[in-house]
Design a protein around this ligand. Sequence first.
Ligand code: UFG
Length: 322
Amino acid sequence: MNILIIGGAGYIGSHVTREFLDIGHQCTVFDNLSSGLRENLFAEAEFIHGDIHDLPSLLDTMKNGSFDAIVHLAAFKAAGESMLKPEKYSHNNISGTINILNAASIHGIKNIVFSSSAAVYGEPQYLPIDENHPTLPENYYGFTKLEIERFLAWYDKLKNIRYASLRYFNAAGYDVKGRIKGLEQNPANLLPVIMETACGTRKEMQIFGNDYDTKDGTCVRDYIHVNDLASGHALSLNYIIKNDKSIIVNLGSENGFSVTEVLETARKITGRAIPAKITGRRSGDPAKLTASSAIAQKLLNWKAKYSDMETLIKTSWDAYSK
Ligand code: UFG
């Protein structure tokens, strides 16, 4: 197939592009490089330096490309920032996606795989979280992802565009074959913060609270390896095309690790001290999040292969220690 990957130079996008190339698809990456990196591009994929706010450029790209499908990963994703700068998230995540949908509709591209997020659920009402869990986002970022899912449902109904909305849990790790070299700039997520502290780029990291009702008092999350996320994109695209049906699926490992467990495993694997101090809670952090990925297993025959904590940390350290 011929696939347009919007946001394909980013952390997750580059792993997704690698996956589609590996299984023999033709890929074009469209990215404005605001957080994506040139070093994440592959020689086999065409690159268009473009912006989703530039509708003529999107229209040209789609007109000239004869694409079978779009994978859309171009979004801002910092939940904390979204509460301070909602305009930025409305503009990029919502308006940008409407441009993509309108351009796809004009040029008859009928399949979209969309990067959604577990942030659509908000504070968990039960665990593990399945796709029927109420969607009550606690931050504006999660709200933008949920709104986009609603647009997708309407474009499915009105324009016959089929979509797979993939609700990622905590994306982590680096390509198990070491082919992705670009490191995220100014990361706020736990794994890259631990890695930067292990490298000495940061002197010390913060543990946001140790008084939660969890096994050791620190927050528990479901970390999912980016290679596993990437295979979920390829499988879900096959599914929506074969079945002519849209889907919403969780992608998580179904395992919960506390911040302390992640940190201790990182200390063991890197052999570095990784200084950490316990500070206050970060606002909006639920104590515990774990996924049910039963739907992905059932519909897509997808299963996380690389999402054990050792592989998550080892592949991250391979990228950071170079
Ligand atoms: N944490 C720290 N110190 C840090 C960074 C994080 O203690 O420097 C803690 C957080 O408090 C949280 C855990 O590590 O308990 C994970 O935090 P992240 O910021 O890595 O991830 P979140 O769980 O907040 O959110 C991530 C993505 C969201 C996505 C969500 C889905 O950033 O976009 O997973 O589960 F919606």
